[in-house]
Ligand binder design. Sequence first.
Ligand SMILES: [Fe+2]
Length: 397
Amino acid sequence: MNSFEFYNPVKIVFGVGSVEQIGIEVSKYGKKALIVSYDDVSFYGDLFDRIHVKLRENGVAYADYFGATANPKISEAVKGIELGKKEEVDTVIGVGGGSAMDLSKVIAAGILYPHDLKRMIKFSHSDDSWFIPPTQALPIIMVPTLPATASEMNATAVITDDDTLRKSYVWEPACLYPKTSILDPVLTLTLPAYQTACGAIDAVSHVVEPFFFSDEATYGNLELHDHMQFGVIRAIYDNIPKVLENPNDLELRGLMQFSATVGLNGWLTCGTQGWTPMHQMGHVLSSHYKATHGATLACMMLAWMRYFATKKQNERFVKFTRWMFDTNDLLKAADIFEEKIKSFNVQTRISQFGCSEDSLEELTQGVVDVSFSADGTLASIPPITREEVYEIYKLSL
Ligand SMILES: [Fe+2]
C-alpha cells in the first residue's frame, strides 16, 4: 500500500431527530449564521422555522439566503457573499443536497476571499496559474437532505461559471471541511423518487470511479480498498429499489444517507488517487444540458463499461462486473446495469437530455477546456485522449 496522509475533521451527528441539535452545534462557532438553501424551500415544510427556533434558543442570530439552484452558479455565490458581508455573519449553514451545500462552502470561503471569486475554482486543469485556492473560510455547518454527494464530509465544492458554462470544483482541506454535519434521516423522507434514485446513483458512482481507476501496479495491494468500496456500492445499489418501494422506512433512509457520506469522505481511497473522469464528462452534460448530476453518471458508467468492453479490456472493470453482476462479460453486465437503472426511472442515454450526434464535439470540447491536463489527456488509469472522450460520449447516445 502506498504512503498517505489522511485528515478529515468533520463531526457527524447522525440520527432520527438530530436536526434539533442545530442550535447547539452552530453556537459553538458563531453568533450569527447565514443559512444557505434553495430558491424554493416550500418542499421542506416547516424545517426552516424549526431551525430558526433552535438557533434563537442558543443565542444565534441568522440571515436566510435561499438562492441555490441545481448546478449552482458563481452568480449565486456572489449574491450570498454580498448578503453574508452585509449581515456580518460569522458562520454558514448549508441546508439541502449537494448544490446547496457546495454553494454554502463557496460562500463561506468567498466572504474572506480577496480575489475574483472565479479564481477559487479549478476551471482549467491545464493552466494552474489561474487558480488561487482559498486559505480560510467561515465555519461551516451542514444539514444534508439528499444522500448523494457527501459534501457534508469532504472538502470539495462544485460550481458552474455562468459565462462560460464551465462546471468544476475546488478541493481545499485547509478550510472547506464542515465543522459539523447533522445527518437526520427524517429530512430525507419526503424526497421524490427521482431525486432519491439519482442521488443514490451519484453516490454509487463516487465509489465506482476509484474502483475502476485504480490499479495494483500503481497503488499496491488493493484488497482492502476493493472490499470496502464494494461493500459501500452494494449497500447503496441493493437498497435503491427497497427505498423506492418503502420511502418512509427510516432505517433504509438512514442507511442510504450514511452510505453516501462514507462513499466520498476519503476513507475508501486512502493511498490511491481519486481520478474522476466520468464525473468530468458528466459535469459538461449538467452545465450544457441541465441534466441531473446522478443521471449523467448513470449514462457515463454504462458508456465507460461499453467502451472498455470493445476497446481496451481492463481487469478493474471485469472485477467489478464479476462481483456486481456475476459475469466477466462487460457488455452483458452493462445491459443488466442499464435495465436496473431504467427500472428506477433514471435516464441511461444522453439523448434523453437532448444530446444528439451533433452535440458530441461541443461536449468533448467542454471536457478538454475544463478537465484535460497540460499533457493533453483526461486523468484516469489509463489516461483518456480527446478521441476517446468523443467515442465514450457517442456510446452513451
Ligand atoms: Fe457526484
